[in-house]
Design a protein around this ligand. Structure first.
Ligand code: NAP
Length: 372
């Protein structure tokens, strides 16, 4: 069997992880690698180019792997690759969350695969589990801790740092970008939740239509008071299916210290599904070059093994108009003491939430509790 010829768009953390894994493979071959600044890659042993056409217009390339990041030109390159009848694999949650239905429709039209396992949960095979296994029964809710930067910052604050100090340390150690807003304001988690919601409920909820609250309003004093109550904090993304709507929220949420979320540190992620079959949890490395590359190589393998001209893997790109029943957390007024926490939260897997919009409307802090 001939080698699958791969064009790699991007050669950063993830792209280099893909090359590392494929170096020992006989069946998968990286034919070309696109970067922006060739001068930054002197001495690198890879077939580099700074001209995207050398990949997108090369008839010998079967699969294009997009690991550049950003919306543009990533979206445009993916579109061109599909139009050139190449299958595409991407790790780019921004592109998938924004253009997923469009790209899936194009892939279906041109009978190519468009796979994006690495876009959620890095090295955790979460979309495969969702699309090929869990989707056999109705799914009621999906939730997870899907952002490692916020795990790191919240842990630093738990050890006494202010938010600003924790963020500065995260940036210095490479856990946070120089522009950290996507992580700390919750949008990175929200984009991943859009993708999870699309696969779980066959509805593509734009992050902007949900409630998205990051961790920048969390203060170290909140974390200390919560610890005294036996609680800890994680940035949680959660979507629930209701008869006529989908609840979609990203927010810092409080859990008993024994909860699985509080055992996640750094890039560790956990994603759970509540379905007719019960609760299923997946945990593992949510980022990192080689970890994320395992998901990409797995997608490439699926394409290589697929039967030519079969239906490509897809989901229904339907949209919900109204999104309600969104729940959020916490701490609009840091001076106000937390009320007593019901027993169920201390002992069970509950979490503490505040209906966000209600709190805003009434101009005051409201604490509500929901047991899961
Ligand atoms: N890092 C992770 O752990 C992780 C985990 C899951 C998903 N992802 C996703 O994977 C993607 C890549 O992440 P990364 O961390 O590998 O990024 P990165 O380290 O910043 O690398 C980006 C690469 O893409 C190239 N590139 C960017 N824009 C380009 C353009 N317009 N034309 C040509 N080349 C361009 C860069 O080339 P130059 O150096 O020449 O600019 C660089 O080689 C992102 O979508 C990210 O969200 C990353």
């Amino acid at each position: 069997m001939e080698k699958t010829q791969i064009g790699l768009l991007g050669f950063g953390t993830v792209g280099q992880g893909v090359l590392q894994i494929l170096q020992s493979r006989e069946d998968l071959h990286i034919a070309k690698v696109l970067v922006r600044h060739l001068e930054n890659y002197q001495g690198v042993k890879a077939p580099l180019t700074d001209n995207a056409d050398e990949i997108l217009s090369d008839p010998d390339i079967d699969v294009v792997v997009e690991v550049m990041g950003g919306l543009h030109p990533a979206f445009d390159f993916i579109t061109r690759a599909l139009e050139q009848r190449k299958s595409v694999v991407t790790a780019n949650k921004a592109v998938v969350a924004r253009y997923g239905p469009e790209l899936l429709a194009l892939a279906r039209e041109v009978r190519q695969s468009f796979l994006f396992e690495a876009s959620v949960g890095g090295g955790i095979p979460v979309l495969d589990a969702l699309a090929n296994h869990l989707s056999t029964v109705p799914i009621h809710s999906v939730e997870g801790v899907v952002n490692g930067t916020t795990n790191f910052i919240l842990d630093q604050m738990d050890q006494g740092m202010s938010f600003a100090q924790a963020l500065e340390r995260a940036q210095r150690l490479g856990f946070a970008e120089q522009d950290p807003s996507a992580d700390i304001d919750g949008w990175d988690s929200a984009r991943k939740l859009t993708i999870l919601t699309g696969l779980a409920f066959h509805s593509w909820v734009a992050a902007e239509d949900g409630v998205v609250e990051g961790i920048s309003r969390v203060d170290a004093s909140h974390i200390h008071r919560m610890r005294e109550m036996g609680l800890g904090l994680r940035l949680v993304a959660r979507a629930e299916r209701h008869p006529d709507s989908i609840g979609f929220v990203v927010a810092p949420a409080a859990y008993p210290l024994s909860h699985r979320y509080l055992a996640l540190h750094g890039s560790q992620n956990a994603i759970g599904f509540l379905s007719e079959a019960g609760a299923t949890w997946l945990e593992g490395p949510g980022a990192g070059g080689v970890a994320t590359a395992t998901s990409i190589v797995s997608d490439i393998q699926r394409i290589r093994r697929s039967v030519p001209d079969r239906e490509p893997i897809t989901l229904l790109p339907s949209f919900v108009d109204s999104v309600d029943d969104t729940y959020v957390v916490f701490m609009h007024d840091p001076e106000r003491p937390l009320p007593e926490v019901p027993h169920i939260l201390r002992s069970g897997p509950g979490f503490m939430v505040v209906p966000h919009k209600l709190a805003e409307l009434e101009g005051m802090v409201q604490y509500r509790y929901r047991a899961k």
